[in-house]
Design a protein around this ligand. Structure first.
Ligand code: HEM
Length: 143
């Protein structure tokens, strides 16, 4: 009687509770949680700030702060336990004159970083799909 109760109700309930607390099953979790997103954000900013095709606007930027805000944003966006404390995409990128080419250059860096980490194709596409709508607020020049 007790074992049936345990097997049917208590154990599934406990399992569900544990899963929801560790954010299992979210894109956040599949990207490696806090450690994974910290690495992804750091590598993306480092590569974008060094690549001659994308580095132009990163000149004079507080890179440590930018990495932290990008990590927060990616964490919140993918269902992680974070709250993005930065400004709107339109506000921070406004006036930088970011081109379509620079935007896609950064997306290429992200793609390569996710590939190198062995992230599944579906999860890579899911992350890119979350970022794609931001393009209209970031890109100012159609080049
Ligand atoms: C979907 C793509 C992008 C996302 C999610 C993103 C995200 C962010 C975030 C979270 C911040 C910090 C916000 C704040 O300071 O409150 C930021 C700032 C910045 N982003 Fe982006 N960004 C994207 C594309 C780009 C591209 C394509 C470039 C240039 C090639 C770029 C250059 C910058 C620069 C230079 C800053 C710092 C601005 C400043 O501090 O004055 N970003 N971005």
């Amino acid at each position: 009687m007790l074992s049936t109760y345990l097997a049917r109700f208590l154990l599934p309930a406990l399992l569900l509770l544990t899963c929801s607390q560790t954010h299992a099953g979210t894109l956040y979790e599949r990207l490696g949680g806090d450690a994974g997103l910290t690495d992804i954000a750091n590598e993306l900013i480092d590569q974008s700030a060094q690549d001659p095709d994308t580095r132009r606007s990163f000149h004079k930027v507080d890179i440590v702060r930018l990495k932290r805000l990008l990590r927060e944003q990616l964490c919140e966006l993918t269902g992680g336990p974070c709250h993005y404390t930065g400004d709107t995409m339109q506000h921070v990128h406004g006036g930088l004159g970011i081109t379509e080419g620079e935007f896609y250059g950064m997306v290429d860096h992200l793609r390569a970083i996710l590939d190198a980490r062995g992230i599944a194709q579906a999860d890579k596409n899911a992350l890119l799909a979350l970022l794609a709508p931001m393009k209209r607020d970031i890109v100012e020049e159609r080049k």
